[in-house]
Design a protein around this ligand. Structure first.
Ligand code: ATP
Length: 352
């Protein structure tokens, strides 16, 4: 078991800076998710821990050991790739047992440990199959079993669920969560899927353009986003981000007016409010924040997502499943003023 520490790590590819002055300490037994859009440097960061990329500057430690320059095989990490990277000519049993074989674990002990992990990921009836005879989900489980057949110091998982269909992904997510609870191994998990990040992580590092925008528990990141980028990236459907201005403590944009903002005047402001914190009401109510026509209403089963026209953009709210409003109908909207976030449109930082 181990901690992983990045100290001022920078990775350049030629002149391009993929990871910039990266500082992070991942605690022993922690499940840390690197979350961010494509190209923000997540995979590169993880590959530096594995030893598949070398940092251009800075230091990486696994526990007290500085691992810069240490060959991957001596770092004692296990990596699960998005592509699974199974050996096509080896059976499930031999794929799972590969890390043991190269460490010269005696055959009887190998067999015992393979049987044990295969049972755990429900592959025990498929040990003699080849990867091409498996479904995507089964292959993914082989890759996972190969990683957990021995106990490395650190697990590195690079979008391991991204090739699965939605249903299987949800199922495997729950399995990973359970496994994490049982194995208690320090894990770095890369994803651009914010639901995976929210459900699996102890802490999430939200990355943007090679730097950490915010580090915190899923709850902190969701309830207290510090920048516009984080606010817009976490949450589904995403937070409404409405440009406007604050005048005498009232946020104003197109027909929307929200008081009690806590700032007197901000000329370029962005108001952030999540769809679940915007509530439909009668257009005639005295304290509506907005009256606007319905652009679309989609019943998702559990609730109804309603989009309203607001100036040149749409504002989304989550109404209940019995919402009956029709397209083009004018409705009133109340915003939960204690749940709004105010950002400076220039610096992109929170100002409330
Ligand atoms: P994705 O979610 O698409 O995998 P990511 O956040 O994992 O993205 P990285 O793969 O870490 O992003 O890449 C970060 C940036 O570094 C990208 O702009 C990428 O094009 C660039 N990059 C990565 N590897 C190399 C390389 N070997 N040579 C040049 N540029 C690279």
């Amino acid at each position: 078991m181990a901690s992983v520490t990045f100290k001022n790590v920078c990775k350049k590819f030629g002149e391009f800076v993929a990871v910039n002055d990266f500082n992070l300490e991942i605690r022993d037994k922690e499940f840390l998710v690197l979350l961010g859009p494509s190209g923000c440097g997540k995979t590169t960061t993880m590959r530096m821990v594995a030893g598949l990329e070398e940092a251009t500057f800075g230091d990486i430690y696994i526990d007290e050991d500085r691992v810069n320059g240490v060959l991957p095989k001596y770092r004692d990490v296990a990596m699960v790739f998005q592509s699974y990277a199974l050996y096509p000519h080896l059976t499930v049993e031999d794929n799972i047992g590969y890390p043991l074989k190269i460490r010269k674990v005696p055959p009887a002990e190998c067999k015992r440990r393979i049987a044990e992990v295969a049972r755990r990921v429900e592959l025990d009836s498929m040990l003699s199959r080849l990867p091409k005879e498996l479904s995507g989900g089964q292959r993914q489980r082989v890759a996972l079993a190969r990683a957990i057949v021995r106990t490395p110091r650190v697990f590195l998982m690079d979008e391991p669920l991204s090739n699965l269909d939605a249903k299987l992904r949800t199922q495997m997510r729950a399995e990973l969560k359970h496994l994490q609870h049982e194995l208690q191994v320090t894990t770095i998990y890369v994803t651009h899927d914010q639901i995976e990040a929210m459900t699996l992580a102890h802490r999430v590092a939200v990355m943007n353009k090679g730097v950490i925008e915010q580090l915190g528990t899923p709850r902190e990141i969701y309830n207290d986003p510090r920048t516009l980028f984080v606010a817009g990236f976490i949450g589904s459907p995403p937070m409404n981000l409405i440009p406007g201005e604050v005048r005498d403590g009232v946020f104003v944009s197109a027909g929307l007016r929200v008081g009690g903002i806590g700032q007197a005047n901000v000329s370029r402001a962005v108001l952030g409010v999540r769809p679940e914190d915007v509530h439909p009401t009668d257009a005639g109510d005295v304290d509506v924040n907005l009256v606007a026509p319905i652009y679309s209403a989609e019943l998702t089963g559990e609730n109804t997502l309603v989009s309203l026209r607001l100036g040149g953009q749409l504002m989304t709210l989550r109404a209940d499943k019995n919402f009956t409003g029709q397209i083009d109908q004018q409705i009133g909207v109340k915003v939960a003023t204690d749940r709004v976030f105010l950002f400076n449109g220039e610096t992109q930082d929170r100002v409330d």
